[in-house]
Ligand binder design. Structure first.
Ligand code: AMP
Ligand code: ZN
Length: 115
């Protein structure tokens, strides 16, 4: 837990969020500024700053984050049409909250290349 980290607070139930899934390892909640009709963030409950800080022993946890995203996509009914999973990393990657998270966005057409 990093005291000033908003996502640590959400994971610890110290700050409000619209939580859609939670277990021992991860928490998933709706993004406060959605960029698509469905926009969910999946975070590890333990503070990891970004993908740059993933350690060898975190590999199962990162896999669990992706698996959770895939399950939520099915639950939200966007799995058949398709969706996008994004992990912005570092300032140039567009990361603004430095507690690692996967964005699950869907229910509209995505474009490539991203901005
Ligand atoms: P990123 O820019 O990839 O670091 O993504 C951070 C995301 O967190 C943005 O899409 C924000 O809208 C979202 N966000 C920031 N604070 C909150 C919050 N308190 N609850 C839900 N989503 C948040
Ligand atoms: Zn944190």
């Amino acid at each position: 837990m990093t005291a000033s980290c908003m996502f640590c607070k959400i994971a610890n139930n110290e700050s409000k969020a619209e939580i859609v899934y939670r277990d021992e390892e991860v928490t998933a909640f709706r993004d406060i500024h959605p960029v698509a009709p469905i926009h969910i963030l999946i975070i590890p409950n333990r503070h990891i700053e970004s993908a740059n800080e993933i350690k060898s022993e975190d590999q199962l946890l990162v896999g669990h984050m992706i698996f959770t995203a895939r399950q939520l996509a099915a639950r939200e009914g966007i799995d058949k049409d398709g969706y996008r999973l994004i992990m912005n990393t570092g300032p140039r990657g567009g990361q603004t909250v430095f507690h690692m998270h996967v964005h699950l966005i869907g229910q509209r057409q995505m474009h490539w290349p991203p901005g």
